[in-house]
Design a protein around this ligand. Structure first.
Ligand code: PHE
Length: 420
């Protein structure tokens, strides 16, 4: 007899000690919100792609960037981590942060998982759009499934220096005498580092201006990713609607592709850049959507607000601002329990998943508000605050209480905790 197996996207997977997919997540796999005409993520994706196609072309105005939006989210650790030079002991690989089908398959945590495959296939400029999965806290801006767009462009020496006119002949892409610094990779010439950084940043600044308007305030912040160097994050300033202090919000990560990655793809004589941006973040900012869970809403009153610019033949760029349908009161409840003595297997993300599996969209936020160790027997006590709130109606406290009690009961069965 075989071990328990799992069916996903028409395939069967054997479970093992890494398996941690919940039914809630399984339901959302391959949701394809970005491919659903009329959905705000479809609208945003089409605006971005439209911008790239209008500004980056090959001969006879063919688009430079190939758009890939239908790759399976089920990938191998090799694709999601190793191919991107992510170390074997890197925390982003832990089952507490990643949804594993089993040791050999997982739900991609970023669209970067496809970089190497597409480069090996011979693409030199592409945009990948897809759903990505991360085990995380639940709140207004975090959801275990969200969408990313990846952009990659690589250049030959001629392509990189094509705009450099007469001096192009004397410029060299590589200069073996140069060492790695904060500003550049080993072996890249000064011109290469400068040009790639300029091309990357002006591409993304152009995109941000096209989407948010030319008066948008932004800044570049140095960042770290194992697969790019140097790396940056783009932050955009948004003034809060309540008139509060303006905030800087991280909108994307990017950088110069590590040469070792390109070498591994059989492209030692190319250099290039890559970026990855979170579509929900951009859409929340752009359309004033206050809660990430709204993207999952099937409420016609939500989707109707984005319908107009999505009509075939309509102007994709006509302004859209989300107007809250109504606001129902939140209903917070606390749950405190003792973990069994010396229990190391309990992780907060497991608890968040349990809450979501039971409460579904009635849960707005779960946070650990208190934890302490019993001075005598060493047991841990944890207190979580769960905020229940419906988008559709006012929850009665009895309703919230019923769900809350169910969560408590499941926690007892699952981890043998002792409710306080
Ligand atoms: N994959 C990174 C993330 O999800 C973003 C990124 C993409 C950074 C490409 C650099 C280059 O955070």
């Amino acid at each position: 007899a075989s071990a328990k197996s799992l069916f996903l996207c028409g395939q069967e997977f054997e479970s093992d000690d890494y398996t941690n997919l919940t039914d809630r997540i399984i339901e959302q796999v391959n949701c394809g919100l970005h491919r659903q005409r009329g959905h705000p993520l479809w609208l945003l994706t089409n605006r971005i792609v439209g911008h790239f196609n209008a500004n980056y072309t090959r001969s006879r105005s063919r688009p430079l960037f190939t758009v890939v939006d239908n790759l399976s989210p089920i990938v191998t650790p090799e694709q999601n981590f190793d191919s991107l030079l992510i170390p074997a002991d890197h925390p982003s690989r832990r089952p507490s942060d990643v949804y594993y089908l089993n040791r050999g398959r997982l739900l991609r945590g970023h669209t970067s998982a496809h970089q190497c495959d597409l480069l090996r296939q011979g693409l030199d400029a592409f945009l990948v759009v897809g759903d990505v999965y991360r085990r995380d806290e639940i709140d207004r801006s975090h959801f275990p499934v969200f969408h990313q767009m990846e952009g990659v462009r690589i250049y030959s020496q001629e392509q990189l220096f094509a705009g450099a006119k007469d001096s192009a002949d004397s410029l060299r892409m590589f200069d073996r005498s140069r060492n790695r610094t904060d500003e550049q990779q080993a072996g890249h010439s000064v011109e290469t580092s400068k040009l790639l950084e300029h091309e990357l940043k002006s591409c993304l600044e152009g995109l941000a201006r096209r989407l948010f308007g030319s008066s948008i305030a932004y800044r570049w912040v140095p960042a770290y990713f194992p697969f790019t160097h140097p790396s940056w994050e783009l932050e955009v300033r948004h003034s809060q609607s309540d008139g509060g202090e303006a905030d800087w919000m991280e909108m994307l990560g990017c950088g110069i592709v590590e040469q070792r990655l390109l070498d591994g793809c059989g492209l030692p004589n190319r250099t290039g850049w890559a970026f990855g941006l979170g579509l929900e973040r951009w859409a929340m900012q752009l359309f004033s959507v206050p809660d990430i869970r709204l993207f999952w809403s099937k409420d016609p009153a939500f989707l109707a607000q984005f319908a107009q610019p999505c009509q075939p033949g309509a102007d994709l760029w006509q302004p859209v601002q989300y107007k809250p349908i109504s606001v129902y009161p939140p209903c917070p409840m606390d749950l405190s329990f003792w973990l069994p003595a010396a229990d190391a297997s309990f992780h907060s993300n497991d608890f968040y998943d349990l809450v979501r599996s039971i409460a579904g969209d009635l849960v707005e936020q779960v946070s650990l508000i208190d934890e302490f160790r019993h001075p005598k027997d060493g047991r841990m006590s944890l207190c979580y605050r769960i905020v229940y709130r419906s988008h559709e109606r006012t929850l009665t406290s009895e309703e919230a209480r019923t769900v809350h009690d169910q969560i408590a009961k499941s926690a007892v069965t699952r981890w043998a905790v002792q409710i306080r």
